[in-house]
Design a protein. Structure first.
Length: 552
Protein backbone atom coordinates (compact mmCIF):
# COMPACT_ATOMS: atom_id res chain seq x y z
CA UNK A 1 0.00 0.00 0.00
CA UNK A 2 1.40 3.40 -0.95
CA UNK A 3 1.88 6.10 1.68
CA UNK A 4 1.65 9.52 -0.02
CA UNK A 5 4.92 11.49 0.05
CA UNK A 6 6.14 9.55 3.09
CA UNK A 7 7.43 6.19 1.89
CA UNK A 8 9.97 4.32 3.99
CA UNK A 9 13.30 6.10 3.76
CA UNK A 10 15.45 3.15 4.77
CA UNK A 11 15.23 -0.59 5.04
CA UNK A 12 14.64 -2.57 8.18
CA UNK A 13 17.82 -3.95 9.75
CA UNK A 14 18.09 -7.76 9.77
CA UNK A 15 20.31 -9.83 12.05
CA UNK A 16 20.61 -13.25 13.64
CA UNK A 17 22.75 -12.85 16.78
CA UNK A 18 21.12 -9.80 18.35
CA UNK A 19 19.96 -6.29 17.56
CA UNK A 20 19.71 -2.95 19.36
CA UNK A 21 17.72 0.15 18.41
CA UNK A 22 17.71 3.60 20.01
CA UNK A 23 17.40 7.30 19.24
CA UNK A 24 21.21 7.78 19.25
CA UNK A 25 23.65 5.82 17.03
CA UNK A 26 26.38 5.90 19.68
CA UNK A 27 24.03 4.43 22.26
CA UNK A 28 22.89 1.75 19.82
CA UNK A 29 26.53 0.84 19.15
CA UNK A 30 27.18 0.53 22.89
CA UNK A 31 24.20 -1.79 23.29
CA UNK A 32 25.48 -3.90 20.43
CA UNK A 33 28.96 -4.04 21.99
CA UNK A 34 27.47 -5.43 25.20
CA UNK A 35 25.67 -8.14 23.22
CA UNK A 36 28.88 -9.00 21.38
CA UNK A 37 30.68 -9.27 24.74
CA UNK A 38 28.21 -11.93 25.85
CA UNK A 39 25.63 -9.79 27.61
CA UNK A 40 21.93 -10.37 27.22
CA UNK A 41 19.13 -7.98 26.28
CA UNK A 42 18.80 -6.55 29.82
CA UNK A 43 22.55 -5.88 30.08
CA UNK A 44 22.57 -4.08 26.75
CA UNK A 45 19.45 -2.05 27.60
CA UNK A 46 20.95 -0.65 30.81
CA UNK A 47 24.19 0.19 29.00
CA UNK A 48 22.14 2.07 26.40
CA UNK A 49 20.17 3.89 29.11
CA UNK A 50 23.40 5.26 30.54
CA UNK A 51 24.79 6.08 27.09
CA UNK A 52 21.63 8.01 26.20
CA UNK A 53 22.04 10.09 29.37
CA UNK A 54 25.43 11.12 27.95
CA UNK A 55 24.37 11.75 24.34
CA UNK A 56 20.82 13.03 24.89
CA UNK A 57 20.54 14.60 28.39
CA UNK A 58 17.84 16.91 27.01
CA UNK A 59 15.54 13.87 26.99
CA UNK A 60 16.71 11.40 29.57
CA UNK A 61 19.02 10.70 32.44
CA UNK A 62 19.81 9.23 35.80
CA UNK A 63 17.92 12.14 37.40
CA UNK A 64 14.69 10.75 35.95
CA UNK A 65 12.66 7.54 35.99
CA UNK A 66 12.58 4.34 33.97
CA UNK A 67 10.27 1.45 33.13
CA UNK A 68 11.18 -1.88 31.61
CA UNK A 69 9.54 -5.04 30.28
CA UNK A 70 11.56 -8.20 29.77
CA UNK A 71 10.50 -11.12 27.58
CA UNK A 72 12.09 -14.41 28.63
CA UNK A 73 12.41 -16.52 25.49
CA UNK A 74 12.76 -19.76 27.48
CA UNK A 75 9.47 -19.34 29.33
CA UNK A 76 7.52 -16.88 27.19
CA UNK A 77 6.89 -14.77 30.31
CA UNK A 78 6.73 -10.98 30.16
CA UNK A 79 7.85 -9.23 33.36
CA UNK A 80 7.70 -5.57 34.33
CA UNK A 81 9.95 -3.17 36.24
CA UNK A 82 8.53 0.07 37.64
CA UNK A 83 11.45 2.41 38.24
CA UNK A 84 9.44 5.53 39.05
CA UNK A 85 10.09 7.67 42.10
CA UNK A 86 7.80 9.20 44.70
CA UNK A 87 7.11 12.65 46.05
CA UNK A 88 8.79 13.72 49.32
CA UNK A 89 7.09 12.60 52.53
CA UNK A 90 6.44 16.18 53.65
CA UNK A 91 5.07 17.50 50.35
CA UNK A 92 1.30 18.04 50.49
CA UNK A 93 -1.30 20.58 49.41
CA UNK A 94 -0.91 22.59 52.61
CA UNK A 95 2.83 22.95 51.95
CA UNK A 96 2.19 23.98 48.34
CA UNK A 97 -0.35 26.65 49.32
CA UNK A 98 1.93 27.91 52.11
CA UNK A 99 4.60 28.43 49.47
CA UNK A 100 2.29 30.78 47.58
CA UNK A 101 1.30 28.44 44.75
CA UNK A 102 -2.34 29.15 43.97
CA UNK A 103 -2.95 27.55 40.56
CA UNK A 104 -4.39 24.17 39.62
CA UNK A 105 -0.93 22.74 38.84
CA UNK A 106 2.59 23.21 40.09
CA UNK A 107 4.81 25.55 38.04
CA UNK A 108 6.67 23.31 35.60
CA UNK A 109 10.18 23.86 36.99
CA UNK A 110 9.41 24.44 40.68
CA UNK A 111 11.51 22.22 43.02
CA UNK A 112 8.25 20.68 44.27
CA UNK A 113 7.88 19.04 40.83
CA UNK A 114 10.96 16.90 41.50
CA UNK A 115 10.17 13.34 42.50
CA UNK A 116 12.89 10.99 43.76
CA UNK A 117 14.83 9.79 40.68
CA UNK A 118 14.09 6.12 40.08
CA UNK A 119 16.40 5.42 37.14
CA UNK A 120 19.57 4.46 39.04
CA UNK A 121 17.75 1.85 41.10
CA UNK A 122 15.81 0.73 38.04
CA UNK A 123 19.05 0.13 36.14
CA UNK A 124 20.63 -1.84 38.98
CA UNK A 125 17.49 -3.83 39.73
CA UNK A 126 16.94 -4.70 36.06
CA UNK A 127 20.43 -6.15 35.94
CA UNK A 128 19.95 -8.05 39.20
CA UNK A 129 16.64 -9.51 38.05
CA UNK A 130 17.24 -10.21 34.37
CA UNK A 131 20.86 -9.45 33.45
CA UNK A 132 24.08 -11.44 33.41
CA UNK A 133 26.65 -8.65 33.86
CA UNK A 134 27.57 -6.37 36.77
CA UNK A 135 26.71 -2.69 36.90
CA UNK A 136 30.36 -1.60 36.64
CA UNK A 137 30.82 -3.54 33.39
CA UNK A 138 27.60 -2.22 31.92
CA UNK A 139 28.29 1.44 32.80
CA UNK A 140 31.90 1.40 31.57
CA UNK A 141 31.19 2.41 27.94
CA UNK A 142 29.05 5.40 28.98
CA UNK A 143 31.67 6.51 31.50
CA UNK A 144 34.37 6.39 28.84
CA UNK A 145 32.25 8.33 26.37
CA UNK A 146 31.36 11.02 28.94
CA UNK A 147 35.01 11.50 29.91
CA UNK A 148 36.64 11.34 26.47
CA UNK A 149 33.90 13.22 24.61
CA UNK A 150 31.44 12.45 21.84
CA UNK A 151 30.03 14.24 18.77
CA UNK A 152 26.55 15.68 19.37
CA UNK A 153 23.91 14.65 16.84
CA UNK A 154 21.45 17.04 15.14
CA UNK A 155 18.19 16.26 16.96
CA UNK A 156 19.99 16.15 20.30
CA UNK A 157 21.61 19.51 19.52
CA UNK A 158 18.18 20.97 18.73
CA UNK A 159 16.74 19.72 22.03
CA UNK A 160 19.82 20.85 23.95
CA UNK A 161 19.51 24.36 22.59
CA UNK A 162 15.74 24.49 23.14
CA UNK A 163 16.11 23.65 26.81
CA UNK A 164 19.40 25.40 27.52
CA UNK A 165 17.65 28.44 29.04
CA UNK A 166 16.91 26.27 32.10
CA UNK A 167 20.59 25.50 32.55
CA UNK A 168 21.46 29.22 32.30
CA UNK A 169 18.95 30.39 34.93
CA UNK A 170 20.74 32.51 37.57
CA UNK A 171 19.25 30.33 40.30
CA UNK A 172 20.65 27.18 38.63
CA UNK A 173 24.09 27.26 40.23
CA UNK A 174 25.41 24.07 38.60
CA UNK A 175 23.62 24.01 35.23
CA UNK A 176 26.73 25.19 33.42
CA UNK A 177 28.24 21.74 33.87
CA UNK A 178 25.91 20.54 31.11
CA UNK A 179 26.88 23.25 28.64
CA UNK A 180 30.07 23.97 26.71
CA UNK A 181 32.84 25.92 28.45
CA UNK A 182 31.56 29.11 26.79
CA UNK A 183 28.14 28.59 28.40
CA UNK A 184 26.38 27.67 25.17
CA UNK A 185 24.56 24.51 24.14
CA UNK A 186 26.58 22.27 21.82
CA UNK A 187 25.81 22.30 18.11
CA UNK A 188 25.61 19.28 15.83
CA UNK A 189 29.10 17.90 15.36
CA UNK A 190 30.55 19.58 18.47
CA UNK A 191 32.55 17.39 20.84
CA UNK A 192 30.94 17.41 24.28
CA UNK A 193 32.52 16.12 27.47
CA UNK A 194 30.61 15.50 30.70
CA UNK A 195 33.12 14.69 33.47
CA UNK A 196 30.68 15.33 36.33
CA UNK A 197 28.18 12.87 34.90
CA UNK A 198 31.03 10.37 34.48
CA UNK A 199 31.83 10.82 38.18
CA UNK A 200 28.19 10.10 39.07
CA UNK A 201 28.25 6.93 36.98
CA UNK A 202 31.51 5.88 38.62
CA UNK A 203 29.89 6.05 42.07
CA UNK A 204 27.03 3.84 40.90
CA UNK A 205 29.47 1.49 39.17
CA UNK A 206 31.48 1.12 42.38
CA UNK A 207 28.66 1.00 44.95
CA UNK A 208 25.53 0.02 43.05
CA UNK A 209 22.31 1.70 44.16
CA UNK A 210 23.93 2.97 47.35
CA UNK A 211 26.25 5.06 45.20
CA UNK A 212 23.24 7.14 44.17
CA UNK A 213 20.77 6.93 47.04
CA UNK A 214 23.27 7.29 49.88
CA UNK A 215 26.25 9.60 50.29
CA UNK A 216 27.45 12.45 48.07
CA UNK A 217 24.88 12.29 45.28
CA UNK A 218 21.84 11.99 47.55
CA UNK A 219 23.14 14.85 49.70
CA UNK A 220 23.73 17.02 46.61
CA UNK A 221 20.16 16.42 45.41
CA UNK A 222 18.61 17.24 48.78
CA UNK A 223 20.84 20.29 49.23
CA UNK A 224 20.10 21.94 45.87
CA UNK A 225 16.36 21.36 46.25
CA UNK A 226 16.34 22.85 49.76
CA UNK A 227 18.26 25.89 48.49
CA UNK A 228 15.56 26.43 45.83
CA UNK A 229 12.59 26.00 48.19
CA UNK A 230 11.97 22.25 47.94
CA UNK A 231 11.35 19.82 50.77
CA UNK A 232 12.97 16.57 49.58
CA UNK A 233 15.35 15.11 52.14
CA UNK A 234 18.15 12.56 52.08
CA UNK A 235 15.75 10.24 53.91
CA UNK A 236 13.25 10.53 51.04
CA UNK A 237 15.98 9.56 48.59
CA UNK A 238 17.29 6.67 50.69
CA UNK A 239 13.76 5.26 51.02
CA UNK A 240 13.28 4.80 47.26
CA UNK A 241 12.46 1.30 45.99
CA UNK A 242 11.86 -0.23 42.57
CA UNK A 243 8.79 -2.44 42.20
CA UNK A 244 8.46 -5.55 40.06
CA UNK A 245 4.95 -5.83 38.70
CA UNK A 246 3.02 -8.03 36.30
CA UNK A 247 2.25 -6.06 33.15
CA UNK A 248 -1.34 -5.53 32.07
CA UNK A 249 -2.48 -7.12 28.79
CA UNK A 250 -5.26 -7.29 26.23
CA UNK A 251 -5.66 -9.60 23.27
CA UNK A 252 -5.89 -7.71 19.98
CA UNK A 253 -6.83 -10.00 17.11
CA UNK A 254 -4.70 -12.88 18.40
CA UNK A 255 -1.81 -10.72 19.63
CA UNK A 256 -1.23 -10.29 23.35
CA UNK A 257 -0.24 -6.65 23.89
CA UNK A 258 1.53 -5.92 27.18
CA UNK A 259 1.94 -2.57 28.92
CA UNK A 260 3.24 -1.47 32.32
CA UNK A 261 0.43 -1.21 34.87
CA UNK A 262 -0.53 2.15 36.39
CA UNK A 263 0.97 4.51 37.43
CA UNK A 264 1.98 4.20 33.76
CA UNK A 265 -0.35 5.31 30.95
CA UNK A 266 -0.03 2.10 28.90
CA UNK A 267 -3.61 1.42 29.93
CA UNK A 268 -4.63 4.11 27.41
CA UNK A 269 -3.20 2.12 24.49
CA UNK A 270 -4.81 -1.12 25.64
CA UNK A 271 -8.24 0.49 26.05
CA UNK A 272 -8.00 2.04 22.58
CA UNK A 273 -7.04 -1.31 21.04
CA UNK A 274 -10.01 -2.95 22.76
CA UNK A 275 -12.31 -0.31 21.26
CA UNK A 276 -10.80 -0.72 17.78
CA UNK A 277 -10.77 -4.52 17.74
CA UNK A 278 -14.26 -4.91 16.28
CA UNK A 279 -13.66 -2.55 13.34
CA UNK A 280 -12.32 -3.70 9.96
CA UNK A 281 -9.48 -1.19 9.89
CA UNK A 282 -7.71 -2.82 6.98
CA UNK A 283 -10.78 -2.43 4.81
CA UNK A 284 -10.90 1.29 5.64
CA UNK A 285 -7.42 1.78 4.15
CA UNK A 286 -4.27 3.01 5.86
CA UNK A 287 -4.42 6.66 6.96
CA UNK A 288 -7.72 7.14 5.16
CA UNK A 289 -10.32 9.50 6.61
CA UNK A 290 -12.36 6.64 8.07
CA UNK A 291 -9.28 4.92 9.52
CA UNK A 292 -7.88 8.03 11.22
CA UNK A 293 -11.34 9.05 12.44
CA UNK A 294 -11.77 5.73 14.26
CA UNK A 295 -8.26 5.76 15.77
CA UNK A 296 -8.56 9.38 16.91
CA UNK A 297 -11.95 8.70 18.51
CA UNK A 298 -10.65 5.60 20.28
CA UNK A 299 -7.71 7.57 21.67
CA UNK A 300 -9.89 10.47 22.85
CA UNK A 301 -12.29 8.14 24.65
CA UNK A 302 -9.43 6.23 26.28
CA UNK A 303 -7.66 9.39 27.43
CA UNK A 304 -10.92 10.65 28.95
CA UNK A 305 -10.78 7.66 31.29
CA UNK A 306 -7.09 7.30 31.98
CA UNK A 307 -6.36 10.98 32.58
CA UNK A 308 -8.75 10.63 35.53
CA UNK A 309 -8.21 7.11 36.84
CA UNK A 310 -4.46 6.52 36.34
CA UNK A 311 -2.44 7.25 39.45
CA UNK A 312 -0.30 5.45 42.02
CA UNK A 313 -2.27 2.27 42.85
CA UNK A 314 -0.90 2.42 46.40
CA UNK A 315 -2.94 5.59 46.91
CA UNK A 316 -6.11 4.85 44.96
CA UNK A 317 -8.21 1.92 43.77
CA UNK A 318 -8.00 1.81 39.97
CA UNK A 319 -10.81 -0.16 38.28
CA UNK A 320 -8.39 -2.01 36.01
CA UNK A 321 -10.60 -5.03 35.49
CA UNK A 322 -13.44 -2.93 34.17
CA UNK A 323 -11.27 -0.62 32.13
CA UNK A 324 -9.65 -3.56 30.31
CA UNK A 325 -12.81 -5.57 29.78
CA UNK A 326 -14.26 -6.20 26.34
CA UNK A 327 -17.72 -5.26 27.62
CA UNK A 328 -16.52 -1.82 28.73
CA UNK A 329 -14.78 -1.40 25.37
CA UNK A 330 -18.11 -2.08 23.67
CA UNK A 331 -19.82 0.56 25.82
CA UNK A 332 -17.19 3.11 24.81
CA UNK A 333 -17.28 1.98 21.16
CA UNK A 334 -21.05 2.50 21.11
CA UNK A 335 -20.42 6.20 21.73
CA UNK A 336 -18.65 6.49 18.39
CA UNK A 337 -20.21 7.43 15.06
CA UNK A 338 -18.71 6.89 11.61
CA UNK A 339 -20.04 10.29 10.57
CA UNK A 340 -19.03 12.67 13.37
CA UNK A 341 -16.56 13.14 16.20
CA UNK A 342 -17.74 12.74 19.77
CA UNK A 343 -18.27 16.33 20.86
CA UNK A 344 -16.94 16.11 24.41
CA UNK A 345 -15.57 12.72 25.52
CA UNK A 346 -15.93 12.33 29.28
CA UNK A 347 -14.75 9.62 31.62
CA UNK A 348 -16.95 6.58 32.01
CA UNK A 349 -17.73 4.48 35.05
CA UNK A 350 -15.97 1.14 34.56
CA UNK A 351 -16.98 -1.52 37.07
CA UNK A 352 -14.16 -2.70 39.33
CA UNK A 353 -13.92 -6.46 38.91
CA UNK A 354 -11.12 -8.96 38.36
CA UNK A 355 -10.64 -10.55 35.14
CA UNK A 356 6.17 5.10 29.59
CA UNK A 357 13.76 7.86 25.61
CA UNK A 358 12.63 4.53 24.38
CA UNK A 359 15.00 1.82 23.18
CA UNK A 360 14.82 -1.88 22.56
CA UNK A 361 17.17 -4.86 22.52
CA UNK A 362 16.76 -8.49 21.50
CA UNK A 363 19.64 -10.88 22.14
CA UNK A 364 20.66 -13.96 20.20
CA UNK A 365 18.64 -16.23 22.48
CA UNK A 366 15.47 -14.29 21.68
CA UNK A 367 15.18 -12.50 25.03
CA UNK A 368 13.83 -8.97 24.59
CA UNK A 369 14.13 -5.87 26.74
CA UNK A 370 11.76 -2.99 26.09
CA UNK A 371 13.12 -0.03 28.05
CA UNK A 372 12.24 3.63 28.50
CA UNK A 373 13.94 6.37 30.54
CA UNK A 374 13.03 10.07 30.83
CA UNK A 375 13.40 13.43 32.58
CA UNK A 376 9.76 14.09 31.57
CA UNK A 377 9.91 17.54 29.88
CA UNK A 378 13.25 17.89 28.11
CA UNK A 379 15.73 18.74 30.85
CA UNK A 380 12.93 18.17 33.38
CA UNK A 381 13.09 20.74 36.16
CA UNK A 382 16.45 21.91 34.80
CA UNK A 383 17.83 21.73 38.35
CA UNK A 384 21.36 20.28 38.51
CA UNK A 385 22.82 18.99 41.82
CA UNK A 386 26.37 20.13 42.56
CA UNK A 387 29.06 17.99 40.99
CA UNK A 388 26.58 15.50 39.50
CA UNK A 389 26.19 16.51 35.84
CA UNK A 390 22.50 15.60 35.43
CA UNK A 391 19.17 17.38 35.74
CA UNK A 392 16.34 16.35 38.03
CA UNK A 393 13.00 15.34 36.52
CA UNK A 394 9.78 17.33 36.96
CA UNK A 395 7.27 14.46 37.06
CA UNK A 396 5.09 15.96 39.82
CA UNK A 397 4.21 18.90 37.57
CA UNK A 398 1.24 16.90 36.29
CA UNK A 399 -0.09 15.95 39.72
CA UNK A 400 -3.26 18.07 40.07
CA UNK A 401 -3.72 20.33 43.09
CA UNK A 402 -7.38 19.27 43.16
CA UNK A 403 -8.07 17.27 46.35
CA UNK A 404 -10.86 15.35 44.58
CA UNK A 405 -8.63 14.07 41.76
CA UNK A 406 -7.22 10.52 42.15
CA UNK A 407 -3.80 11.75 40.98
CA UNK A 408 -3.74 14.68 43.42
CA UNK A 409 -0.36 15.70 44.80
CA UNK A 410 0.29 13.83 48.05
CA UNK A 411 3.25 12.58 50.11
CA UNK A 412 5.17 9.45 49.07
CA UNK A 413 3.17 9.14 45.86
CA UNK A 414 4.15 8.16 42.32
CA UNK A 415 2.58 10.43 39.66
CA UNK A 416 0.71 9.55 36.47
CA UNK A 417 3.55 8.48 34.21
CA UNK A 418 3.73 9.09 30.48
CA UNK A 419 6.69 6.81 29.69
CA UNK A 420 5.68 3.31 28.64
CA UNK A 421 7.60 0.41 27.06
CA UNK A 422 5.60 -2.03 24.94
CA UNK A 423 5.78 -5.76 24.28
CA UNK A 424 3.67 -7.98 22.02
CA UNK A 425 3.45 -11.77 21.98
CA UNK A 426 1.72 -14.12 19.54
CA UNK A 427 1.27 -17.87 20.01
CA UNK A 428 3.62 -17.76 23.00
CA UNK A 429 6.49 -16.23 21.01
CA UNK A 430 7.77 -12.68 20.78
CA UNK A 431 5.92 -10.63 18.16
CA UNK A 432 7.50 -7.22 18.86
CA UNK A 433 9.51 -5.30 21.41
CA UNK A 434 8.41 -1.75 20.71
CA UNK A 435 7.83 1.76 21.97
CA UNK A 436 7.23 5.34 20.91
CA UNK A 437 8.48 8.08 23.24
CA UNK A 438 7.05 11.56 23.61
CA UNK A 439 4.74 12.49 26.50
CA UNK A 440 1.06 11.84 25.82
CA UNK A 441 1.94 10.76 22.27
CA UNK A 442 3.24 7.47 23.59
CA UNK A 443 0.05 5.37 23.80
CA UNK A 444 -1.08 6.93 20.53
CA UNK A 445 2.18 5.88 18.93
CA UNK A 446 1.80 2.37 20.34
CA UNK A 447 -1.64 2.01 18.77
CA UNK A 448 -0.55 3.41 15.41
CA UNK A 449 2.60 1.33 14.96
CA UNK A 450 0.84 -1.84 16.15
CA UNK A 451 -1.98 -1.29 13.67
CA UNK A 452 0.59 -0.63 10.96
CA UNK A 453 2.13 -4.07 11.60
CA UNK A 454 -0.91 -6.16 12.56
CA UNK A 455 -3.49 -4.70 10.17
CA UNK A 456 -1.28 -3.76 7.22
CA UNK A 457 1.69 -6.13 7.50
CA UNK A 458 4.34 -3.41 7.64
CA UNK A 459 7.85 -4.29 8.75
CA UNK A 460 9.29 -2.39 11.75
CA UNK A 461 10.88 0.38 9.69
CA UNK A 462 7.80 0.93 7.54
CA UNK A 463 5.63 0.99 10.66
CA UNK A 464 7.78 3.74 12.17
CA UNK A 465 8.12 5.76 8.96
CA UNK A 466 4.38 6.00 8.35
CA UNK A 467 2.83 9.42 9.04
CA UNK A 468 1.01 9.81 12.38
CA UNK A 469 -1.55 11.88 14.20
CA UNK A 470 -1.32 13.21 17.76
CA UNK A 471 -4.30 14.11 19.92
CA UNK A 472 -4.02 16.69 22.72
CA UNK A 473 -4.03 17.38 25.62
CA UNK A 474 -0.44 16.90 26.48
CA UNK A 475 0.99 18.69 23.46
CA UNK A 476 0.78 22.14 21.91
CA UNK A 477 -2.58 23.41 20.74
CA UNK A 478 -6.06 23.70 22.13
CA UNK A 479 -7.55 21.04 24.37
CA UNK A 480 -8.28 17.99 22.25
CA UNK A 481 -6.70 19.49 19.13
CA UNK A 482 -5.27 16.99 16.65
CA UNK A 483 -1.92 17.40 14.92
CA UNK A 484 -1.59 15.65 11.54
CA UNK A 485 1.83 14.83 10.12
CA UNK A 486 3.09 15.60 6.64
CA UNK A 487 2.46 12.54 4.47
CA UNK A 488 -1.26 12.32 5.16
CA UNK A 489 -3.38 13.57 2.27
CA UNK A 490 -4.64 17.18 2.48
CA UNK A 491 -8.03 15.83 1.40
CA UNK A 492 -8.06 13.55 4.45
CA UNK A 493 -7.23 16.49 6.71
CA UNK A 494 -10.10 18.47 5.22
CA UNK A 495 -12.51 15.56 5.60
CA UNK A 496 -11.50 15.05 9.25
CA UNK A 497 -12.33 18.67 9.91
CA UNK A 498 -15.67 18.07 8.24
CA UNK A 499 -16.35 15.25 10.73
CA UNK A 500 -15.86 17.70 13.59
CA UNK A 501 -12.23 17.01 14.53
CA UNK A 502 -10.30 20.04 15.78
CA UNK A 503 -7.34 19.70 13.42
CA UNK A 504 -4.55 22.15 14.21
CA UNK A 505 -3.96 25.00 11.78
CA UNK A 506 -0.30 24.02 11.39
CA UNK A 507 -1.25 20.59 10.01
CA UNK A 508 0.30 18.97 8.08
CA UNK A 509 3.24 19.27 10.48
CA UNK A 510 6.80 18.88 9.19
CA UNK A 511 10.41 19.80 10.06
CA UNK A 512 11.55 19.85 13.68
CA UNK A 513 7.91 20.23 14.73
CA UNK A 514 7.45 16.57 13.85
CA UNK A 515 8.93 15.80 17.28
CA UNK A 516 5.33 16.04 18.54
CA UNK A 517 4.73 12.61 16.95
CA UNK A 518 7.38 10.91 19.06
CA UNK A 519 10.34 8.73 18.21
CA UNK A 520 10.09 4.96 18.30
CA UNK A 521 12.03 1.72 17.99
CA UNK A 522 10.72 -1.72 17.02
CA UNK A 523 12.36 -5.16 16.93
CA UNK A 524 10.49 -8.23 15.64
CA UNK A 525 11.51 -11.82 14.95
CA UNK A 526 10.77 -12.83 11.37
CA UNK A 527 8.61 -15.80 10.53
CA UNK A 528 10.78 -18.86 9.90
CA UNK A 529 10.42 -20.73 6.61
CA UNK A 530 9.69 -24.44 6.94
CA UNK A 531 12.79 -26.32 8.05
CA UNK A 532 14.76 -23.22 9.09
CA UNK A 533 16.21 -23.25 12.61
CA UNK A 534 17.89 -19.83 12.71
CA UNK A 535 15.82 -16.86 13.92
CA UNK A 536 16.18 -13.63 11.98
CA UNK A 537 15.31 -10.35 13.69
CA UNK A 538 14.02 -7.27 11.86
CA UNK A 539 14.43 -3.84 13.45
CA UNK A 540 13.50 -0.25 12.72
CA UNK A 541 14.40 3.14 14.17
CA UNK A 542 12.31 6.30 13.92
CA UNK A 543 13.29 8.82 11.21
CA UNK A 544 12.10 11.61 13.53
CA UNK A 545 15.21 11.08 15.68
CA UNK A 546 18.98 10.72 15.30
CA UNK A 547 19.00 7.02 15.96
CA UNK A 548 19.36 3.73 14.18
CA UNK A 549 19.02 0.01 14.61
CA UNK A 550 22.13 -2.20 14.42
CA UNK A 551 22.54 -5.96 14.47
CA UNK A 552 25.19 -8.61 14.05
Amino acid sequence: MSLPSFNSRRSAVYSTHGVAASSQPLATEIGLSILKAGGNAADAAVAMAAALNVTEPCSTGIGGDCFCMFFDAATGKVSGVNGSGRTPKSLNLDQVRADGITGVDLPLTHPHTVTVPGAAAGWCDTLDKFGTMTIDTVLAPAIKMAEEGFPVHPMAAHGWESGSYLLKEPTNKYGGAMLKPDGQAPKAGDIMRMPELAATFREVAAKGKDGFYKGRIAEAIATVLKEMGGVMTVEDIEAHTTTFEDPIMVDYKGHQIYEIAPNGQGLTALMALNILEEFDLKEMGHNSTAYLHHLIEAMRLSFADTRWYVTDPEHSDIPLGGMLSKSYAKARRDLMSPDAAVVDPVKGAPADYSDTVYFSVVDGDGNACSFINSNYMGFGSGIVPEGCGFTLQNRASKMPLDPEHPNVLAPNKRPYHTIIPGMAVKDGALFASFGVMGGFMQPQGHVQVLCNMIEFGMDPQEALDAARFCVGPGHTGAEGEVEIEDGISPNVISELRGLGHAISEQSPVNGFARAVFGRGQIICPCEKPAGETVTVFAAGSDPRGDGCAMGF
